[in-house]
Design a protein around this ligand. Structure first.
Ligand SMILES: Cc1cc2nc3c(=O)[nH]c(=O)nc-3n(C[C@H](O)[C@H](O)[C@H](O)COP(=O)(O)O)c2cc1C
Ligand SMILES: CCCCC(=O)C(=O)O
Length: 387
């Protein structure tokens, strides 16, 4: 646990004042603590992954195969971690990944996450499968930067309605998740017979939508709730989508668009050809294709293929500041942080999320400077060697 007093906090890390004394500063230790706090089913849903979880492990192992080579005497007194990605200025290249159904982790759920992100200035991506509506989460986040993640439903009118609502609520960039048109084979959830959606969690954006309501014959009440859930199941994912469908997004969204779930350089090239603004190199934290390539191993090839011409972001496996440095050096403009902030939410609500964000930001700054870099743009492949 962190024993730092406020004074130590100030001199040691330049004011990491939001570090919670009851939470560890080593974020890799959060999972074990969250396991004690959450029900077995909720913890299993959060921590779990697809199949044998080989890809989830590979995501972590891949970071160990790269090592940072620190450089000395390069005047790192003035550090600047800020970047602008998809039109959004960020104090550090760390974004909160879209994580749905957060009410299984903490009653304040996405509202707490939005408040914590806003208080750090970091950008938060709201999932279509959130436990609160996008309007309520936007209100909680106030002026904090926010992006919207679309799970692209079968009904085009519903998809268009989601995009219109997101724009009206101040979400400035669109993240379209391609790798999860259905949930994968996830043994922890199957063995516990646990799916939050079947309990009506994660459907707030659907049930509150006028297009969805029209399809189920009016507002969702106790009477039509079961029918509404069945309609949701039928609507949630669209496995028939192809590259040609991306034109629809362009028609209905004026801001930047990034495709999430890209692992192959050819898919990144196709995204570029389709007029997308970015890709997120991600395997959904190993939750979809067991046996798939580690996301970090996919990153340099994608960055080589399209970097400089569109934004390349990365997720799946980020746990430390050093991990962020490695992903940036391998070609990402920014990273998405997934489970660690969700563990923070489970352990301490808004303050728990803030703890995680402050820790990773501070660790990133220290690692960047101690390895001889002042700015994010100075990080290139030169900073790394293969272990
Ligand atoms: C519990 C949970 C729920 C998630 N929900 C979503 C979601 O609604 N939309 C989405 O695009 N990704 C979702 N993801 C994937 C994350 O956005 C991200 O890709 C992944 O967590 C990154 O890996 P990491 O957890 O190792 O950092 C979810 C991940 C978890 C763990
Ligand atoms: C219906 C899928 C939403 C949650 C999700 O993306 C995940 O559990 O990985």
């Amino acid at each position: 646990m962190s024993q730092l007093s406020d004074f130590q906090n100030e001199i040691y890390l330049g004011g990491l004042a939001d570090v919670r004394p009851d939470l560890p500063t080593d974020l890799t230790r959060l999972a074990a603590l969250a396991e004690r706090r959450l029900s077995a089913a909720s913890y299993g849903y959060l921590a779990g992954a697809a199949g044998s979880e080989a890809t989830a492990r590979a995501n972590r192992d891949a970071f160990d195969r790269w090592r940072i080579v620190p450089r000395m005497l390069r005047d790192v007194a003035e550090r600047d971690l800020s970047v602008t990605v998809l039109g959004t200025p960020m104090p550090a290249p760390v974004v909160l990944a879209p994580i749905g159904v957060q009410s299984i982790l903490h009653p304040d759920a996405e509202l707490a996450t939005a408040r914590a992100a806003a208080s750090t200035g970091l950008t938060s991506i709201l999932s279509t499968a959130a436990s609160s509506t996008m309007e309520d989460v936007a209100e909680a986040g106030g002026s904090g930067p926010r992006w919207y993640q679309l799970y692209w439903p079968k009904d085009r009118d519903l998809a268009a309605s989601f995009l219109g609502r997101a724009e009206a609520a101040g979400y400035t960039a669109l993240v379209v998740t391609l790798d999860t048109f259905t949930l994968a084979w996830r043994p922890r959830d199957l063995d516990q017979a646990y799916l939050p959606f079947l309990r009506g969690i994660g459907v707030a954006n659907y049930f509150s939508d006028p297009v969805f309501q029209r399809a189920v014959g009016g507002p969702v009440t106790e009477e039509n709730r079961q029918a509404a859930l069945l309609h949701w199941i039928g609507q949630f994912g669209n496995p028939s989508l192809t590259w040609d469908d991306l034109a629809f997004l362009r028609e209905h969204w004026d801001g930047p668009i990034a495709l999430k779930g890209i692992q192959h350089p050819d898919d990144a090239r196709r995204a570029l050809d389709a007029g997308m603004d970015g890709v997120i190199v991600s395997n959904h934290g190993g939750r979809q294709v067991d046996g798939a390539i580690a996301s970090l191993d996919a990153l340099p090839l994608v960055a080589d293929a399209v970097g400089g011409r569109m934004s390349v972001l990365f997720d799946s496996g980020i746990r430390t500041g050093a991990d962020v440095v490695k992903a940036l050096a391998l070609g990402a403009e920014a990273v998405l942080l997934g489970r660690p902030y969700a563990y923070g939410l489970a352990l301490g609500g808004e303050a728990g999320v803030r703890h995680v964000l402050r820790c990773i930001q501070a660790e990133l700054e220290l690692t960047l400077a101690l390895s001889g870099h002042r700015t994010i743009s100075e990080l290139t492949l030169d900073a790394l060697v293969r272990a």
